[in-house]
Design a protein around this ligand. Structure first.
Ligand code: MN
Length: 231
């Protein structure tokens, strides 16, 4: 699969996101879930297949409850090394905001765990084409069997992410676990370490303070008082 759409959407002289070479892990298939504080907060589920990361944006995030059917919008393939990207995408760029590596691990094709990785990958690509992918995740937060099912009536990109019944199923909200699996940081800590939330910065430069904001601004008040006393 091609990364041309991924590359087309990004200015690599501005964003720290990987440029993307095709590469893959040899012995097992990797997955990542990135929490992405963009215009709308969402989670990006990415599954390694044929050297790239097949990607779905999940607005409500994954659930370990088999009762939940989570909408998952398929997006463009991402480069394999995107799985390690944690940081901020500058304002004005595609997907501007903060990205956290929320969960990661290896995954297998459900029912074919004993097959060699190459064979599993082939099966997964066939399932992807059919719009019915069954996987077992071995992450730190996400474990057990999941199905990704294409919604036939809702255009090209709409899928559902559904947990299957197994010992990892629970009605506890897994998105309450809100720290990076890589660095144990929260989204706001990641943004802070990168020099601030790019989305807030953008709104600050655009916003001109109104009269109420000026009155509430202490340093502004002080400045006025100082001016008075010198005159
Ligand atoms: Mn995203």
């Amino acid at each position: 699969m091609s990364l041309s759409l991924y590359k087309k959407k990004r200015s690599f002289n501005e964003t720290p996101e990987p440029k993307g070479k095709k590469k893959s892990s040899a012995r097992s298939l990797k997955f990542v879930v990135q929490k992405h504080d963009a215009t709308n907060l969402h989670y990006d589920l990415r599954l390694e297949m044929e050297g790239v990361l097949k990607s779905w944006a999940v607005p409500k995030g994954p659930s370990l409850n088999p009762q939940d059917k989570r909408l998952a919008m398929m997006v463009e393939d991402h480069p394999f090394d995107y799985r390690n990207f944690e940081g901020t995408i500058p304002a004005g760029n595609y997907g501007a905001g903060t990205v956290m590596v929320w969960d990661e691990g290896i995954y297998t094709a459900m029912g074919f765990e004993a097959e060699p990785t190459k064979k599993q990958e082939k099966i997964l690509l066939e399932e992807l084409k059919k719009g019915d992918v069954k996987i077992v995740l071995h992450g730190e937060k996400l474990k057990g069997a999941f199905a990704l099912v294409k919604i036939k009536s809702r255009g090209e990109n709409a899928w559902l992410l559904i947990k299957k019944e197994d010992e990892a199923a629970t009605d506890k909200d897994v998105t309450k676990k809100d720290k990076s699996v890589k660095t144990k940081r929260t989204l706001s800590q990641i943004a802070e370490d990168a020099g601030g939330n790019p989305r807030e910065k953008k709104s600050l430069t655009k916003k001109t303070p109104g009269p109420v904001q000026l009155l509430n601004n202490r340093s502004n008040k002080k400045a006025r008082v100082k001016k008075k006393s010198t005159t």
